[in-house]
Design a protein around this ligand. Sequence first.
Ligand SMILES: [Fe+2]
Ligand SMILES: [Fe+2]
Length: 185
Amino acid sequence: MGKYEPRNDRGHHRIRSDDPIALTLLKQEHHVFRSLFDKAEEASGRTRTAIARELCMRLSIHMTIEEEILYPALAPVIGEDEVNEGIVEHASGKALCAEIEQLDGDEPLFASKIHVLGEETVHHIDEEDEDLFEDALAAHAAGKLDLDAIGERLRSRQAELYDEIAETGEMGRTREAQAEEIDRV
Ligand SMILES: [Fe+2]
Ligand SMILES: [Fe+2]
């Protein structure tokens, strides 16, 4: 087992039976990311390239639904700082994925790019599990947010984006935040 995957069963990364739909869905995906980054570290050649492509595709859908639906719902309730930090971290992941998607996998920096994407992404998703989601859960418990309703919206937008990729090979228009726009969000 790699270095990230064992975290899936620990602390706030674990999926609790009473977690609302939004947290169950997003934590499940965080689990998949930790496992895939571990697999990418162990793999080489075409297998590693295929894992990297899958990671970037899944990450891009995950970041899009967080930025379109979750973050805007959380910002007015738990404050913009945590949400904006997430947007900036996403932007850095998107930039690395854009580079990785241009590579075949035998370039000298390919493995390092995946490694750094893994370190940055796992830092980001760990923070979401530990801080952002716990704050959201407290707001949900206080009746200020409905993380089940948000979860249903996340799920249907996620399905729509996967369908688009299956049909066309890429996502159509998305409404996620652009890092340059954060000041104006
Ligand atoms: Fe995120
Ligand atoms: Fe996330």
